[in-house]
Design a protein around this ligand. Structure first.
Ligand SMILES: [Zn+2]
Ligand SMILES: [Zn+2]
Ligand SMILES: [Zn+2]
Length: 783
């Protein structure tokens, strides 16, 4: 139809992606009004939204362009289909239709928490506005979601904001389609919303009129304060004062595990850390994760924040609480570490905080909004140019991972391994991962896992489970929980080998065809092997839905088992015993590594005796343990106080070396039915270098050790890839965040014409295991 010289048309547009709970429909509404278009936008639940437009042809085109380019970054369009039709003149205006019978049949997803947006920051910092200095300010595109949601659909009544009925002004904004707070379920203001309070550690109220300002002042006066945020409590303290940081370590019983810090803005972060463009983007992203950044040469935060490491975990404020706290305390960085009893999940309610953190902190800065779902901060690191998850939690969870290559015939629940656990629910082509649960070696963490899984089952309306999956380890608490759940749901119990699960998670998220074989380099600290030994440096082939181990690091003796994981010098003694007579092992360790044995020569002799008798000396093919041994060799770490500590310190040490060197060491492969990577030969060469007359800086040797191990792993994978005629090699496992190793492998693999698959959506470490378990189990039912 023609009106003037313009063509009138009707367009039906389907959009899917992340378009729920991110203010997408009001955005569509405003665009339609702006372009003078009539019609409606309709929520189709997880299937996306439907937009029906009528108006001038050119206006429709401009609308679509704006839809793509002007949407808020929290929204993501994965799919957009436009059907042009004949103009009907059916509408008088543009409307937001809220519900449709078509929405009920699809799997709905809970939106993740979104860091505070620039408009809300302006509201908080501009005198005279209603939200001036109000820490809970949020809008349709920002604020807590997952952490306040009890159930779906996402309406205020089903969030912890139900305790705070909207005042007249807020209600007006909630109902005004042109307002940026239109239909934003979490909005509030100083009149109607939650409030902050400051208490001392005896439980006495200190300040309820200006609690954040007072808390900020106390932080700059070196006090330690528990701060209730969105997903739980942080413990906050200044990051520049050695005494304060050491006092916090003492009270927190945390010897050297790094603390994360929060800084007000990027220019401030740049005064102590190096921030690449990519890292800046990550820090400022709406998920606001912790990003591990290299310390700059002028690094001036306390060295006790992340002792012995080249990097430090940094984040930007993601709520008004943090924004105001940083604004008033004038510190370049505050330690913001999770508030918990060591080993237990983060505290989320006020009463529990007073009980369990009272002897750690001096004050409590709390508020009266309930935290429904606990959610720790996410952690990423740019490894070999790719943002890589160390922990996928706040801002990402519980957004499902879409599986491009699988529509599962069965509903699967998986429980992860034991450390850095997440659980997962796989239904159809979606895998919902829980937030970070942590190490489930205690009762409360295991309960947290159960609760997090129950929440996923509730919001997805999942009543029936076909399969429950866990690790192969017979004694993990997740294995026992899996047995109970399998009984409860009358489901089949499947155990998936740890490193098979790692590779499976990579294949799941990469979306490569399931018909293509993939050779996986899976490197980590520990996983129970099919032969009962401790695996951790594996070459695994995926082919036709099955996994097979075709190569591994040479087995190393671990005198005392776990004791060797805790005290790396024991691991070194074990490795040395395979290349030197025990007497020479003793001589070498006496002169090079005696400090590695707490009780000196007596302890060393006991370890050597154990090796001689081969009593309680399990074997391991773990790369982590090999790196641990080298870490002890260079005197970098004699006691592991947190997971990965010796290997992380070795990497930091290696990265401090200048790039060019003439030394030449290599890790040979032994080719048989399977490939053995002979790390003992590497150790022999390193010992020779150390004992030779030329003085080579130890950090250069450390760097070449990383390169050599990485090259051997790449070479082994390439050999297998050649033999099965695939071009796909993948890397997974907790050590796949090591920049030196990953970048070397990436180089080698590409140089030889292969493609390297890497993790983008889930951690390469054990936080990704649940996805891999669920995917591998589901493969068994695909025909
Ligand atoms: Zn906002
Ligand atoms: Zn209000
Ligand atoms: Zn692992």
């Amino acid at each position: 139809m023609l009106r003037g010289s313009q063509m009138l048309r009707r367009a039906v547009i389907h959009v899917s992606g992340i378009v729920q709970g991110v203010g997408f429909r009001p955005f569509v509404y405003r665009l339609a009004i702006h372009h003078n278009l009539k019609g409606y936008v309709l929520n189709l639940g997880d299937a996306g939204v439907e937009i029906v437009l009528e108006g001038e042809d050119s206006a429709i085109n401009e609308f679509v362009e704006d839809l793509k380019s002007k949407k808020h970054p929290t929204a993501r369009i994965d799919y957009l289909k436009i059907t042009l039709m004949q103009y009907k003149g059916e509408f008088n205006d543009f409307k937001i239709e809220t519900s449709s019978p078509r929405t009920s049949q699809v799997l709905s997803t809970v939106p993740p928490d979104v860091g505070i947006c620039d408009d809300c920051i302006a509201d908080i910092l501009t005198p005279g506005r209603r939200w001036y200095h109000y820490p809970f300010t949020c809008c349709a595109v920002c604020g807590p979601r997952f952490t306040v949601i009890c159930d779906l659909p996402y309406d205020r009544e089903r969030t912890s904001m139900v305790d705070f009925p909207l005042c007249r002004d807020c209600l007006k904004e909630y109902e005004d389609p042109l307002d940026r707070r239109y239909h934003a379920e979490g909005i509030c203001c100083p009149i109607c919303g939650p409030q902050m309070f400051l208490y001392d550690n005896k439980g006495d109220l200190v300040d309820d009129s200006n609690p954040i300002v007072t808390a900020a002042k106390l932080l700059s006066e070196k006090y330690i304060i528990a701060v209730k945020g969105i997903g739980g409590f942080h413990i906050a303290a200044t990051a520049v004062d050695d005494d304060v940081v050491l006092e916090l370590r003492r009270r927190r019983k945390r010897k050297s595990r790094p603390f994360a810090v929060m800084s007000p803005d990027i220019p401030t972060i740049r005064t102590y850390a190096i921030v690449s463009e990519q890292e800046e983007k990550l820090l400022k992203s709406y998920q606001r994760p912790i990003v591990l950044l290299r310390k700059s040469p002028g690094y001036y935060l306390s060295k006790w924040v992340s002792p012995g490491l080249h990097n430090v975990g940094v984040m930007l404020p993601y709520t008004g609480i943090h924004l105001l706290l940083l604004h008033y305390c004038h510190e370049p960085a505050l330690i913001m570490t999770s508030g918990n009893i060591p080993g237990e999940p983060m505290v989320i309610d006020n009463a529990n905080a007073f009980r369990s953190l009272g002897n750690i902190v001096d004050y409590f800065l709390v508020h009266n909004r309930r935290i429904v779902n606990r959610c720790d901060d996410s952690v990423l690191r740019v490894t070999s140019n790719l943002p890589t998850f160390i922990r996928r939690s706040r801002g990402y969870a519980p957004t499902p991972i879409h599986l491009d290559t699988l529509k599962s015939n069965v509903t699967v629940l998986s429980l992860g391994a034991e450390l850095q656990v997440t659980g997962a629910l796989l239904r159809e082509d979606k895998c919902f991962l829980t937030q970070h649960i942590g190490d489930v070696d205690n009762y409360s963490a295991l309960n947290f896992l159960k609760d997090a899984l129950s929440f996923l089952l509730k919001v997805t309306r999942t009543k029936h489970i076909d399969v429950v999956v866990c690790d192969l380890h017979p004694n993990f608490s997740t294995t026992r929980l899996a047995q109970l759940l399998a009984e409860k749901y009358n489901a089949e119990l499947i155990q998936i080998q740890h490193h098979f699960a790692h590779l499976s998670s990579l294949i799941a998220e990469s979306g490569v065809s399931l018909d293509d074989p993939v050779v996986g380099i899976v490197i980590d600290g520990y996983g129970y092997g099919l032969d009962g030994t401790a695996w951790g440096g594996e070459i695994i082939l995926y082919k036709d839905g099955e996994f097979e181990r075709l190569g591994h690091l040479r087995y190393q003796p671990m005198p005392g088992g776990d004791a060797s994981a805790k005290y790396p010098a024991r691991m070194l003694a074990g490795m040395l015993s395979t290349i030197l007579p025990l007497r020479e092992v003793r001589d070498f360790l006496m002169s090079h590594c005696l400090d590695g044995f707490k009780h000196g020569a007596a302890e060393l002799d006991a370890v050597l005796k154990q090796l001689a008798k081969d009593f309680n000396v399990p074997r391991t093919s773990s790369l982590g343990r090999v790196l641990d041994a080298f870490s002890a060799l260079f005197g970098l770490c004699y006691e592991r106080t947190y997971e990965g500590e010796p290997a992380m310190k070795l990497e930091s040490f290696a990265l401090s070396a200048s790039k060019s060197s003439s030394i030449n060491i290599n890790t040979p492969l032994i080719l048989d039915k399977t490939i053995t990577i002979n790390v003992n030969d590497l150790l022999r060469q390193v010992i020779n270098l150390i004992e030779s007359k030329e003085t080579i800086p130890a950090n250069i040797i450390a760097r070449e050790i990383h390169r050599s191990l990485a090259k051997a792993l790449a070479e082994a994978a390439i050999q297998v890839a050649e033999s099965v005629d695939t071009h796909l090699i993948g890397i997974s496992g907790g050590a796949a965040v090591n920049d030196l190793i990953v970048s070397t492998i990436e180089n080698e693999v590409r140089k030889n014409g292969y493609k390297l698959l890497r993790h983008r959506s889930v951690p390469p470490g054990d936080g990704g295991i649940s996805l891999g378990q669920a995917f591998a189990a589901s493969l068994k039912y695909q025909h």
